[in-house]
Every structure is written in C-alpha cells, then in structure tokens.
Design a protein around this ligand. Structure first.
Ligand code: ZN
Ligand code: ZN
Length: 300
C-alpha cells in the first residue's frame, strides 16, 4: 500500500479507563481522550466481592457510549480469578466471581469480557488445568443470555501461567468453545512469552504462527503495551509505547497491519503522571502509516 492509501486507515484505539466516580465517568474520560473504544473493570480487580451495578449508571453508560461511538466496550475480569487452579475452594470462588463478571458485562451491554486463563500451580498437569478452565467457564455461564457478549481468553507472559504459547491459547479456546468466545492478544505478554515481535521478520513469523494455531479471526482485542522485561523473560510488566524493550518499530508493525483493521486496540500502559494516557495514545497514533525507517537513513 502507498502511504496515501494507508494514511486514512481507521484504527479503533482506547485505553483502560478508570471508573472512579462512577461508570459513566469512564465514557466521559474516554471521549475526552479522543478514544473510539475503552476497557474498564466493572468491579474492584483485586477483591473477591463483586460490585452491584446501579441500573441508572448502566443506562447512562450505554447511552454515552452510543452518543460518543465508543465501541467495543471491553471489560477486564478480576485478577484473583484462577479458573485453572487445582485448589477446589479457590476454583469454586473463581467460578462465582466469573459469573459475576459475566452478569455485569451483560448489564453494561459489553461486547467483550477479557479473562486471564490462570495458572495450574506448581507440579500440576497443564492439560488438566486447561480442562478445568473449560469446566469453570461452562459452570459460570449456566443459563446466561449472551447477546453480543464474547468471552476472550488473553495470552500471558507464560512461565507458570497458561496461555503463553499460541498452541496453548488454541487449546484454551477449544476448551471454552461451549460459549461465545475468542482471544485477546497482549503485545507485552507475547514478547515476554518468547515471541520476538520487535523486528518485521520476527513479527510476521509470530503472527503467521498465531494464525496457524488459533486463527486471526478469533482475535478481537489487542492490548498494546511496551514491556519492561525482555523477550522470553516471562515478566509481565508494561511500559509506555516506544520506551520499553519492544520499542516503536514493533508498534508500527501492529498498527499498520491490515489484518488488524477491524480489531480494538487497548492501551494498558503505566499512568505515573497525569497525561500519560494522552502521550501513549499520541505515540500510537503517530505510528499509523508512518513510513518505515530507511536503511540508509543517517543516525540522528
Ligand atoms: Zn493485557
Ligand atoms: Zn500484563
């Protein structure tokens, strides 16, 4: 494609947005940042007890999203949920919490609920853990009317967690196939799990492997995060776009790949100071359709 043809590329970009002060404020914040989509927590991500949503706040959120064209709405599930774990009490708790997440996602008319697949625990069989994820999701979703909601399994930084390798993502997707489902791909996690997406060759190799294992049509959301850890480090620590171990070129590849044209890009980058979200959005947008650095370009 010529630069002229790609310069009008539409990319739906948003950030993980705070719901402090009430859900509708998240839509207001996303709109103020110039986002086309957003991700939120529907309850505190580090507490088992799920919030009861106020129906009036839900209705206002739905209205604002329609007015501002904010879609999809992505909800990130609670971090405590471990549907893969072998401890029966924690597993039951995880199922109950996941059910709460699904019900709140429906109340908010969200398109996607993103779930980390969890960890089997030291010494436990990974295939059995994947089967537990499938069973937990089936139980959590019993009797649920899905509407347009889909459950997305997010890839992880690997190591002790399920879902680092694309093949494991494929097995997880198969395990939850009883419900409307897909996957969310996090750039930081893919890199930390060992996919060298920093160069064009590495990126194309990794995406081809993702397509073979999972199928790109099942990818609905991309978490765009730079990384503090290195390739294959299994370290899940996000960094500002272009300031981590991935660097700008990796994001230029993701943002200009026509295969992602209809997906939602969500930033989960650190907010150390007010305005950091705006800076990361600007950096990401500046990479869209910018020409690749020339091999003979003189160093600055
Ligand atoms: Zn993520
Ligand atoms: Zn992460």
């Amino acid at each position: 494609m010529t630069p002229a043809a790609t310069s009008c590329l539409i990319r739906r970009i948003g950030v993980h947005t705070s719901v402090a002060g009430g859900l509708p404020l998240a839509a207001e914040r996303a709109q103020a940042l110039g986002c086309q989509t957003l991700q939120i927590f529907s309850s505190s991500p580090r507490q088992w007890r799920g919030a009861e949503l106020d129906p009036a706040a839900c209705a206002r959120m739905i209205r604002l999203r329609r007015e501002y064209g904010l879609r999809p709405l992505v909800i990130h599930a609670n971090y405590l949920i471990n549907a893969a774990g072998a401890d029966p009490a924690l597993w039951e708790r995880s199922i109950a919490a996941l059910r709460g997440e699904l019900l709140r996602a429906r109340q908010l008319q969200a398109e996607f609920l993103v779930l980390h697949p969890g960890a089997p625990g030291a010494g436990n069989d990974r295939a059995a853990a994947i089967a537990r994820v499938g069973e937990a999701v089936r139980r959590a979703a019993q009797g649920l009317r899905w509407g347009r909601l889909k459950l997305l399994i997010e890839n992880t930084a690997g190591g002790g967690r399920l879902g680092g390798a694309w093949e494991e993502m494929a097995a997880l997707l198969a395990a939850v196939s009883a419900v409307p489902s897909g996957v969310c791909i996090d750039t930081c996690h893919a890199w930390a799990a060992g996919y060298d997406i920093r160069s064009a060759a590495g990126y194309h190799h990794a995406i081809a492997a993702l397509h073979r294992a999972v199928g790109l049509k099942h990818v609905h959301v991309i978490h765009v995060n730079d990384s503090k850890g290195g390739c294959n480090s299994h370290v899940d620590r996000h960094q500002n776009i272009g300031q981590g171990t991935l660097g700008r070129e990796a994001f230029r590849l993701w943002m200009n790949d026509p295969r992602w044209a209809r997906k939602a890009f969500i930033l989960e980058t650190p907010v150390d100071a007010p305005g950091d979200d705006r800076k990361n959005l600007r950096r990401l947008r500046s990479l869209i359709a910018s020409p690749a650095p020339r091999a003979n370009a003189r160093p600055a």
